[in-house]
Ligand binder design. Structure first.
Ligand code: NAD
Length: 352
């Protein structure tokens, strides 16, 4: 076995259905007496119910979280933190809401309880991406990693099929890249394979029948494990490329991941035969990249960057930017390789 380093991260995870009811006791466990809820409009009713359950322990609800964690929104929320004297944050929503909770935590070190309602996986990571003046800046710190994550399957039943499919493939991307991470280790590999299998099987059924609790449970379980992968080891080509594409052309996060993943896997495949063998096993196919492309089709996702707002002129710009800052990737990257990947993803062609 190759020598490795494994670091466990102490996040308390409560998983089940109806688990949102545990938030008052989780707040008490953390010793919180002045809890601010942050959320977005889609989770307003759930947040109001949690605020009621918190009673005098709750000091307010801020429903203004939006995509890409703009610093201006965080500053508005920070004023509420100061006015209310909040001593903890409960974030209820998708990755955008989790981002706001993290942005408050990095500024205040307040403890966070996160209730994810998509499959983004941000809740298990110490990473925060914020935007200011159109620039996305990413930082990593243990202050950012939430203390408690409450996964409630019931809250995911209303996640629209279109978001469920792409959000789930966004999660799979964390697990896939964990398999060939420069700092990979056997524990994270176990979680990654379990996550990929659970999501691969569950997502088509989630989209077919969004109220199927068994499929929803498997998808959320897979999303959790994928989030652990994201929060434990370094991501490579796929994540760097999605970051560049999203930041350069303001593309939707989960859809960008869904389109790029099969191409990133196909590009790295020659450099990681062991990983491809594992993916073949867990996906039950000879062609993992093709299976991920087919999965995107089966969940009804768009498969071309040109269909989600990218212009053809962006191919060269994205290639330059993706190569500007080198990072560890199993296959050495040159201009032709990266450009070919982006061009296929742009056109919606199957991975080579
Ligand atoms: P999102 O949070 O923007 O949610 C997408 C849409 O779904 C929103 O309109 C939201 O209101 C709605 N929604 C969420 N949950 C719902 C539910 N249960 N029912 C009905 N509607 C619901 O999207 P996302 O893909 O979850 O997160 C994307 C953001 O998260 C991006 O800003 C991305 O950069 C960030 N992210 C960060 C990390 C990290 O580790 N830092 C990881 C993944 C994603």
């Amino acid at each position: 076995m190759t020598p490795f380093v494994y670091t466990g991260h102490p996040v308390r995870v409560v998983f089940g259905s109806g688990t949102i009811q545990t938030i008052p006791e989780e707040a008490e466990r953390l010793g919180l007496s002045r809890v601010l809820i942050v959320t977005s409009r889609s989770q307003a009713a759930t947040s109001a119910a949690v605020a009621a359950a918190l009673g005098s322990r709750g000091v307010g609800v801020f429903p203004g979280a939006v995509m890409h964690t703009p610093v201006g929104v965080t500053e508005t929320a920070m004023r509420l933190v100061a006015e209310t004297g909040a001593d903890g944050v409960v974030a209820i929503g998708g990755g955008s809401v989790t981002g706001l909770g993290k942005a408050i935590a990095v500024r205040t070190d307040l403890p966070q309880i996160v209730v994810p309602t998509t499959y983004a996986g941000s809740e298990m990571s110490p990473i925060l991406g914020e935007t200011k003046d159109g620039q996305k800046v990413t930082q990593s710190s243990e202050k950012i990693r939430p203390e408690v994550v409450v996964y409630d399957v019931a809250l995911t039943l209303d996640l629209p099929p279109s978001i469920s499919g792409t959000s789930g493939i966004n999660a799979m991307a964390h697990a896939v890249e964990a398999l060939y991470a420069v700092d990979r280790n056997p524990i994270v590999e176990l979680m990654a394979l379990e996550a990929i299998g659970a999501l691969f099987r569950a997502l088509p059924q989630v989209v077919h029948d969004p109220k199927d609790r068994e499929a929803r449970t498997a998808a959320l379980y897979g999303a959790w494990l994928s989030g652990v992968c994201l929060g434990s080891v370094s991501m490579a080509l796929h994540h760097k490329l999605c970051h560049t594409l999203g930041g350069s052309f303001d593309l939707p996060h989960a859809e960008t991941h869904t389109i790029v993943l099969p191409h990133a896997v196909a590009t790295n495949a020659p450099a990681v035969p062991d990983v491809m063998a594992r993916l073949r096993g867990v996906l039950g196919t000879d062609d993992p990249a093709g299976a991920l492309f087919d999965l995107a089709g089966r969940v009804g996702a768009r498969r071309a960057l040109r269909d989600i707002g990218m212009a053809e002129s962006g191919i060269d710009l994205a290639t330059e930017r993706a190569l500007a800052r080198p990072y560890p990737n199993p296959r050495p990257l040159d201009r032709d390789t990266v450009r070919a990947l982006i061009a296929r993803a742009f056109a919606g062609e199957p991975p080579l």
